[in-house]
Write a protein that binds this ligand. Structure first.
Ligand code: NAD
Length: 482
């Protein structure tokens, strides 16, 4: 089954911060793959813009090196690489001064979709937005893309929203949470709203609880300064885990259009109860010589590299079904998975020791994107009625054939959605603010209590208290498996 590739309209895509890590490692390889797939229309071009004084030839050299390192194999070994590089231009430009803007203006064509990707720190969002407007670069087809972190708390997120709103309408602003671009996340919506099977069971009557785990095996290398100010709550929980929770918990939108979907997500965030202090566990990884505190160079650091919490969505559908969320660095494996834990059947006709368990729907985001439903069947053979749990595996690679072994990277989908003008998978300003409004009191609470994160071993599943959080409720976390 080969998916159809529909070329997007011709575009000028300007990447501010085009020489940076994110652009070179993620955005450019993603765009290259879309180019190889034939999605770029004739004449579409990409313009890197950053402070380094490259010209287009020297910038292309840098991009070539990055693509050879980070791009998909089947693409970079073909003739497409040279053709792609010919579509790339560069302008040396300082986002906070006048230099370079006239040259950039000369390269843009009025009739094309015009996207400005702010792949720079949030301190430059305001200066860039001002200069884009001052140089008369906002056409009817202009969009801007901004990266996380979108604010450090509610006040700073509101300030960022106000800064952008002074120059662009909400319809022109694309706030990226790359988790929303993952194939499985979109599939979660397809599974929920495209089938009759799950939706009638998707409520507190049939779902015992939901677990959302985003475990990383890597630490914070290279991001020490940022991370020490942010911690797991701000870096992951407020955005990625919150977005996953919204997609799991939201009501079916009337249509699959940006505002219908985002209205429903917003209702979920607004229905979240404040988190009780004893429903939060914070942790910090330890290691013989490269523990968290050594890495950040602060022996008294109280920043969490792990957080687990129990959340409640107070509405008719979910009252009584807890959502357990956890995320951390330097854990036993890299694994992002949502487990929908169904209730047990009300009565076992096979007896208590027949070996059956409740159904679990696992939605794996990484690695090996796919969906598995654990069901109970009879153990094969003549040995009486013994039951086993087996997975019904909807691994996308297997289900969709060999050409889908390598699903598109989230950035491929998201950047093409920007060009298409589809905001469904991007966060709206009010959503981000609502997420901070829920997060801020959690952080203020532990700061007021002088809470110190619990140590956990590098390579473990996190602090023991996170197990207790579940155990107290008579539940257990599912394993963190690679
Ligand atoms: P980086 O430091 O590697 O790159 C920053 C880029 O901005 C460089 O190209 C630099 O030349 C440019 N720049 C800096 N000041 C400038 C100015 N005054 N005018 C014009 N250009 C200027 O940073 P990064 O890792 O690429 O991250 C960029 C943004 O994306 C940050 O806000 C970061 O938090 C966010 N982000 C990064 C990642 C990642 O994986 N790297 C992931 C998610 C979000």
């Amino acid at each position: 089954m080969v998916s159809r590739v529909i070329p997007v309209d011709p575009f000028d895509l300007v990447i501010f911060g085009g020489t940076g890590d994110l652009a070179q490692r993620k955005i450019l390889p993603a765009l290259f793959r879309r180019f190889c797939a034939g999605q770029w229309a004739e004449g579409a071009q990409l313009i890197g813009a950053a402070r380094t004084s490259y010209d287009s030839v020297s910038f292309r050299k840098v991009v070539r090196e990055s693509l050879l390192k980070f791009a998909a194999k089947q693409c970079k070994n073909g003739p497409a690489l040279e053709a792609f590089l010919q579509r790339i231009d560069y302008v040396a430009l300082d986002g906070s001064s006048k230099d370079g803007w006239a040259q950039l203006a000369d390269k843009l064509k009025p009739e094309r979709v015009r996207a400005f990707y702010f792949s720079v720190g949030p301190n430059l969002f305001g200066p860039l937005a001002e200069r884009i407007e001052a140089h008369d670069l906002i056409s009817p087809l202009t969009r801007i893309v901004v990266e996380k972190p979108f604010g450090h708390d509610l006040a700073s997120a509101q300030a960022l929203n106000a800064t952008l709103a002074a120059h662009f309408s909400e319809k022109q602003i694309y706030r990226i949470d790359h988790y929303l671009g993952k194939e499985t996340v979109q599939n979660l919506m397809a599974v929920r709203f495209g089938n009759m099977l799950f939706e009638p069971l998707w409520n507190s009557q049939y779902v015992d609880h939901i677990q959302i785990t985003v475990a990383e095996s890597v630490g914070i290398d290279g991001r020490e300064e940022y991370y020490e100010r942010a911690g797991a709550m701000r870096d992951m929980m407020q955005n990625h885990l919150m977005q996953l929770l919204c997609l799991i918990a939201m009501e079916p939108p009337a249509k699959f259009d940006p505002d219908s979907v985002r209205d429903e997500k917003l209702k979920v965030i607004r229905a979240l109860d404040p988190v009780e202090p004893h429903h939060i566990v914070r942790g910090q990884f330890e290691d013989e010589d490269t523990g968290y505190r050594q890495i950040v160079g602060n022996p008294r650091s109280t920043t969490e590299s792990y957080v687990a919490l129990k959340a409640h969505v107070s509405n008719w559908r979910w009252a009584g079904t807890p959502f357990y969320l956890r995320t951390g660095k330097r854990l036993v494996a890299r694994s992002s998975v949502i487990n929908v834990m169904f209730k047990d059947a009300p009565h076992s006709i096979f007896g208590a020791d027949a070996g059956r368990h409740a159904n679990v729907l696992s939605i794996r985001l990484q690695p090996n994107e796919g969906i598995t439903l654990k069901v109970t069947i009879k153990e094969p053979g003549p040995g009486g009625m013994r039951l086993v749990d087996v997975p019904l595996d909807m691994s996308f690679a297997e289900a969709l054939g060999p050409e889908n072994q390598d699903p598109p990277d989230a950035y491929e989908r998201l950047v093409m959605d920007v060009i298409r003008g589809n905001q469904t998978l991007f966060m709206r300003g009010d959503e981000v603010e609502a997420a901070w409004a829920w997060t801020d009191p959690v952080i203020a609470g532990w700061q007021a209590r002088g809470d110190v994160p619990k140590p956990y071993d590098s390579g473990s599943t996190g602090p023991g208290d996170a197990e207790l959080l579940m155990k107290r409720d008579g539940r257990r976390w599912q394993g963190i498996n690679p």
